[in-house]
Design a protein around this ligand. Structure first.
Ligand SMILES: [Zn+2]
Length: 110
């Protein structure tokens, strides 16, 4: 079990959960803004914090078949994006281990 605590990020521009403002990632961790989520524009992130993963599922995305886990805000449990767990095309393997944050589900917090 253990104590539950939030990681506070320090940076110029931070993405937070739209529902509860919990810090989720630094804009400096954005690898690409040219991604699409279920709700529109999304960012590919090298790292995120204060999230937990849902069950693995196979998803047919625009660029092929992937195994992904939903990303839930650790505080309010809202789904804020997903993690790429496996890619079924070699050209897409670079996304594995990285995260999608949906821009519609996060806000910039200062
Ligand atoms: Zn939240």
């Amino acid at each position: 079990m253990g104590l539950k605590y939030n990681t506070y990020l320090d940076g110029q521009c931070i993405f937070g959960c739209r529902a509860c403002q919990t810090h989720l990632g630094l804009q400096a961790e954005v690898i690409s803004d040219n991604f699409s989520g279920r709700h529109g524009d999304a960012s590919l992130m090298g790292n995120v914090v204060n999230v937990y993963l849902g069950p693995r599922e196979k998803k047919q995305l625009r660029t092929g078949l992937f195994t992904v886990c939903d990303l839930h805000c650790e505080v309010c449990e809202t789904v804020v994006g997903w993690k790429y767990v496996d890619a079924h095309r070699d050209t897409e393997k670079y996304k594995v281990g990285k995260y999608i944050l949906e821009r519609a589900l996060v806000v910039e917090v200062k």
